[in-house]
Design a binder for this molecule. Structure first.
Ligand SMILES: [Cu+2]
Length: 122
């Protein structure tokens, strides 16, 4: 293999890996107290952050839209909201427990996002 071909292969590999990293990296949203973020379920696809990071004690408000009748469940906090088709449910809480909690759509068992609550004293 010639030196220039080897160099071309290395450049192509780096470009491919860079593109994969950009395309596949998870979205994370760090929100501060009293902030809100929105998750959407439309046409069988979710949009919005994959991870919502807050600090223990923060007030969190998550809006969840669904284009079909659904129910959303925040595991660990045991919060449930019904979502009629085409409407937005609001899940408001104070993040009193630290940890990583799944936010799940029950119609289809879809993991919408994870809520990560970091201890306040770190
Ligand atoms: Cu659940």
């Amino acid at each position: 293999m010639s030196r220039s071909l080897r160099l071309l292969l290395i450049i192509a590999t780096v470009a491919l890996l860079g593109g994969l990293w950009l395309g596949l990296k998870p979205q994370t949203t760090q929100i501060s107290s009293d902030n809100c973020c929105e998750l959407r379920w439309e046409n069988g696809q979710k949009s919005g952050p994959d991870t919502i990071r807050v600090t223990q004690g923060d007030n969190v408000e998550i809006r969840i839209f669904s284009d079909s009748d659904n129910a959303v469940h925040l595991h660990g906090y045991e919060l449930h909201r019904e979502i009629p088709a085409g409407e937005t449910a609001i899940m408001a809480l104070q993040a009193e427990h630290s940890g990583r909690f799944m936010l799940e759509l029950h119609n289809g068992d879809i993991v919408l996002a994870y809520l990560e609550v970091f201890p306040a004293n770190q």
